[in-house]
Design a protein around this ligand. Structure first.
Ligand code: NAP
Length: 311
């Protein structure tokens, strides 16, 4: 099958489009999905560069890619609730070969029927970023009506979904961006801050939740904008419990996936109700995966970059 392999960690040049990859066979509890579309996440670039090898037991050649929308091609032993031909989306391939290929294996228990109104390109934009934003804002913060959330990097993959989840919960949303500031207005944020001209801590105070998608000094400057008892959530760098205590607030690192099927089922319902809409700013063929990595590493993408595997 066709796939993008890496045979070693490194830069863009370790990404190799090849047509002789071995098509996997589903084991017990697994399904084989014919990938129609997949998307890119900074996680893929981090794995490629070798930063995740210490956490995951990867072997080469390795196929990257954690998001898939496609059609079930085969099911393994014991799978009774998913059938060949089902149109599905999920997160797969975090721990082993991923979806930047013609086929990917997924745990049947994680597989969900696509939102009927979305094509594969848009469905593939959702899983990884929705699971992340959901774990932070819904599971950890339990964001509620009338609360205020500051979302850093609100125009990116996780950010644009987080904005929509927060609005759905009835929260007031403050978002940061620079070149993508107009997109924040399209998303309906209540207050958009251009981080290239304004220090957010000069204009924001007393928020209930900060969603930090950047780490570093952005995280350090975020403590002071929280109200007492508020919560700082990060996807990038574990916030210090000591600093949280000193500020009278809470902290959580986002990372472990929430129940995938439950969240993606709810997300599909939200899509059908018009409450959640993935934004795809570029669609590339599998052969151009290097360009997709380059775009993500440029750190200024809007919404998601999707790779279309079946035309
Ligand atoms: N722990 C986990 O489980 C987990 C899961 C998902 C993601 N992550 C991590 O979370 C981070 C965000 O992921 P993502 O997919 O949302 O990334 P992304 O889509 O690549 O983010 C791109 C966005 O970042 C914005 N940005 C860049 N620098 C900024 C700054 N200084 N202040 C505010 N916004 C800035 C850009 O806005 P402008 O172009 O307007 O500047 C752009 O829209 C990544 O580091 C990723 O690895 C972790």
């Amino acid at each position: 099958m066709k796939a993008v392999h890496i045979h070693d960690y490194g830069g863009l040049d370790v990404l190799h489009y090849e047509e002789d990859a071995v098509r996997p066979t589903p084991g017990a509890g697994e399904v084989l999905i014919r990938v129609h579309a997949t998307s890119l996440n900074p996680f893929d670039c981090a794995v490629r560069a070798g930063y995740m090898g210490q956490y995951f037991n990867y072997t080469f050649p390795l196929i990257l890619g954690t998001d898939v929308s496609g059609i079930v091609e085969d099911v393994g032993e014991g799978v009774t609730d998913i059938s060949v031909g089902d149109v599905v989306y999920t997160r797969a391939g975090v721990y082993k070969d991923g979806a930047h290929a013609a086929y990917v294996l997924a745990f049947a228990a994680d597989v969900v029927a696509n939102p009927p109104s979305l094509d594969h390109v848009h469905a593939a934009a959702l899983p990884h970023v929705t699971l992340t934003a959901w774990q932070g804002l819904i599971e950890f913060a339990d964001l509620s009506e009338g609360q205020t959330v500051l979302i850093h990097a609100a125009a990116g993959g996780v950010g644009h979904i987080a904005v929509q989840l927060a609005k759905w919960r009835g929260a007031k949303v403050i978002g940061t961006a620079s070149v993508n500031l107009p997109f924040l207005e399209e998303l309906g944020v209540d207050e958009a801050i251009d981080y290239s001209t304004t220090a957010f801590e000069d204009v924001v105070k007393d928020v209930d939740v900060v969603l930090d998608l950047l780490g570093g000094e952005t995280q350090q400057r975020s403590w002071k904008v929280l109200k007492p008892g508020g919560i700082l959530l990060s996807t990038v760098q574990p916030p210090s419990q000591e600093v949280a205590t000193a500020h009278g607030v809470r902290q959580r690192m986002i990372g472990t996936a929430p129940p995938i099927r439950k969240v993606l089922t709810e997300a599909a319902t939200m899509v059908e109700n018009g409450q959640l809409k993935p934004h795809v700013s570029a669609v590339l063929p599998l052969k151009e995966i290097q360009k997709a990595h380059e775009m993500i590493e440029g750190r200024h993408t809007r919404g998601k970059i999707v790779v279309q595997v079946v035309d």
